[in-house]
Ligand binder design. Sequence first.
Ligand code: HPA
Length: 277
Amino acid sequence: MSSESGRAELIATAAATVASRLGPRRPGVAIVLGSGFGVVAEKVTDALRIPYGDIPGFFVPTVEGHKGELVAGTLAGREVLLQSGRFHMYEGHTADEAAFPVRVFATLGVRTLIVTNAAGGIRPTFAPGTVMLIRDHINLTGRTPLTGPVLPGEERFPDLSVAYDVKLRRIAYEVAARQEQHVEEGIYAGLPGPSYETPAEIRYLERIGADAVGMSTVMEVIAARSRRLKVLGISTITNLAAGLVVGKLSHAEVMEVAAHVGDRVARLIEGVVAETE
Ligand code: HPA
């Protein structure tokens, strides 16, 4: 994806490939599933699975808990497209590659993006299992998918003052209340990973206003906003961040807690999707 026309062309080719598989389906909402959120895919009816291997520009995920397929289908009566397996920079992907699926979704006509992730909790009241709606993020990766010539349909200097849509968040609160679920709201710090943070880094993140920390999401959201998609971000706090608790952090623990909360998050997403325009 190096040369400029190559970048735009690859997005168009991938979108055309997915479109031909979708046939008459016109998903308006795309949902990016983070570690352990595969359960959302089980709620989709009429599922059409497209393995990443069939889509130019997509990679086969290397992380446990990330599948490697798009799932098109119906959720809460709406046509949706699920990204089951994302591309992280810590796998060796560029910022551009991490954001690639979102650009393909936008090209396909998707207008709403729901991103989910597993995150470490920094705010002291965030116990594992807390569901946090992302109000804003801090991109600490030092990267952006917007580097280089501006892609067709994007802006040179996109505004990120409201990166996470206020109305979608309000809908999520209303759905959560109806479902008698508790949701929090906070700031997600996106780091490159893959090592978990040091306790000193977590103290720093707390001071700069982060409530949760993770290794994904920010590239996707930046690309989505530069194409004017509306974004809802949902973090599941799977562990207390480094130094806030005695003991080691592990991906196994992250996956276990995410899987535990997965059903709640799936119901929340279903409720939100039902109310998308
Ligand atoms: N740090 C970074 N990413 C994470 C964490 C964490 O503690 N938990 C889940 N993803």
